[in-house]
Design a protein around this ligand. Structure first.
Ligand code: ZN
Length: 261
């Protein structure tokens, strides 16, 4: 019977004493049962396989938690860390303004006759349609500003701030820091009323026929107001600043990582 058991087990099995004192056979059998039983339990006990370990990606919290623990209690930490609800991704913002990628110049097309104001092609096409639809109803929508690069925004934020003697947070309420303007995307456009240019870039623009028309019709062309009254970013109300959200890229640009309330 002992020959059927692997050598390793045989070594741990109690060997009969070499003395002439007789050992009851039942003690030997009992000892073997305990050893074999123990080994069976050991091999059958569930262990995490590498496959299942890789199937559940760790959250950031888990990695941090396990990284600072000693290997002895790593397992305990991991099993309790899975119950932690991961924090939402931190939002990359400066004074309420979100980070935006600058559009490639090759993707921009003009929306004014002199070519000085440009938008991304999809936004430009819809802006033109919106403009001519408004014109048919006697409303003149004027493009005041479209795409702006970071250098232009650098000037608008820091130089104007200096000239006006504004502190940083006051300036940020009305202007985005370079790298953080929706105008970098090529989807944002500042619109004025061609018949009342005195209201350009002013909250008085909301009293114009152009604003009333936009408020009612801009959504048909996939334009929306970026900074309505009491917006979640804490930016001043800008009735003139509209953004295009009519395709997947523009929608993702403005909404993907927007965890603001
Ligand atoms: Zn604007």
């Amino acid at each position: 019977m002992i020959d059927d058991i692997p050598e390793a087990i045989r070594e741990t099995a109690p060997t009969p004493p070499k003395s002439s004192f007789p050992v009851p056979a039942i003690a030997t059998v009992f000892g073997l049962v305990i050893v074999v039983g123990g080994l069976v339990m050991f091999f059958l006990s569930p262990k995490p396989s590498p496959e299942t370990a890789t199937k559940t990606p760790k959250t950031e919290t888990e990695e941090v938690a396990s990284g600072i623990q000693s290997p002895s209690n790593k397992e305990i930490v991991e099993s309790s860390a899975t119950k932690i609800i991961p924090e939402p991704e931190p939002i990359d913002n400066v004074l309420g303004h979100l980070r935006y990628e600058q559009a490639k110049l090759s993707e921009l097309v003009p929306i004014t006759a002199d070519g000085s104001i440009k938008l991304k092609k999809s936004a430009a096409t819809e802006f033109r349609k919106m403009q001519s639809a408004a014109r048919q109803q006697g409303i003149i929508l004027t493009a005041i500003s479209g795409f702006r690069d970071e250098a232009t925004q650098q000037y608008l934020f820091f130089e104007v701030k200096k000239n006006r003697g504004q502190d940083t947070s006051t300036r940020a309420e009305v202007s985005a820091p370079p790298g953080y303007s929706e105008h970098h995307t090529g989807y944002a456009v500042d619109i004025g009323d061609g018949k009342v240019p005195g209201t350009n870039l002013s909250t008085n623009f909301e009293k114009t026929a152009a604003f009333r028309w936009l408020d009612k019709n801009a959504a048909r062309y996939s334009f929306e107001l970026s900074f309505p009254k009491n917006n979640s970013q804490g930016i001043s109300y800008e009735p003139w600043h509209w953004r295009y959200v009519g395709d997947r890229h523009s929608l993702e640009t403005f909404y993907k990582v927007r965890n603001l309330k």
